[in-house]
Ligand binder design. Structure first.
Ligand code: 5GP
Length: 238
């Protein structure tokens, strides 16, 4: 097993599974926060960082267009397809994935540098990327954030007002797939209020608290309701 970066104190193998027995409670961790588009995880992450110190947020690279309120280098590094593919060829990503017609990826150097500096690194990434990291870095903590109900997810996505109805529909379709992948995560947090969700996530990371996955019944109901919402939107021509 070799270190993937000289600055990294842990033996991450590129593309190989490494069992870590020496992970200590207070070692800096990679924390993956996934969740449906529109579930409010971005706001929860901001609150978490503001309220509790020593977190670093990994700014992803993406080929999608910036939204009106988004700042290059803060919310994302917005790049062309060409630039993204060059970064892939240079093995510059810890993980990357395609999501609704665009590329998204986690630049590796930032993550390694911050872990080496003793900070827990937060990654807001989707399921495929989360699984790539789980393979490479088993001690990463995987948290899935959800709205309380599927109807609330549609409400938040629509009222956010950042996507066209067609894009909202694409994201809700993707949410159906994501809802069947939750069992792969370690923890499940319902974002009912931002404050509670941020506190809960901090407890998971810093105090080893558990936020158990929901029952099979909860997950099946959520998926079923999402499918019904998608069918209704299709009938409405959205
Ligand atoms: P959005 O376009 O709404 O900002 O993000 C769409 C999805 O891409 C979200 O689920 C978000 O978590 C995910 N995402 C953002 N950055 C990355 C990344 O670097 N890698 C992966 N795999 N997913 C990402």
């Amino acid at each position: 097993v070799s270190s993937c970066q000289p600055c990294c104190r842990r033996p991450y193998g590129e593309g190989q599974r490494v069992t870590m027995t020496s992970q200590k409670q207070n070692d800096p961790r990679i924390v993956i926060i996934s969740g449906y588009s529109g579930c409010g995880k971005g706001t929860v992450i901001s609150r978490l960082m503001e309220k509790y110190g020593n977190y670093a947020f990994s700014v992803s690279m993406t080929t999608r267009d910036p939204r009106d309120n988004e700042i290059d280098g803060v919310h994302y590094h917005f790049v062309t397809n060409e630039r993204f593919e060059k970064m892939i060829s240079e093995a510059g990503f810890l993980e990357y994935a395609g999501y609704t017609d665009n590329y998204y990826g986690t630049p590796a150097a930032f993550v390694h540098e911050n872990l080496a500096a003793g900070r827990d690194v937060l990654l807001d990434i989707e399921v495929q990327g989360a699984m790539q990291i789980r393979e490479k870095i088993p001690e990463a903590i995987l948290i899935f954030v959800s709205t309380p109900t599927a109807a609330e997810l549609e409400n938040r996505l629509v009222s956010r007002g950042t996507e066209t109805p067609a894009r909202v529909s694409k994201r809700l379709k993707r949410a159906v797939e994501e809802s069947t992948e939750i069992w792969r995560y370690d923890h499940f947090v319902i974002n009912d209020t931002v404050e509670e969700a941020a506190d809960m996530i901090n407890g998971i990371i810093r105090e080893g608290a558990a936020a158990p996955l929901p029952s099979r019944e909860f997950m099946e109901t959520f998926t079923k309701e999402l499918i019904e919402i998608n069918e209704r939107r299709e009938r409405e021509g959205k």
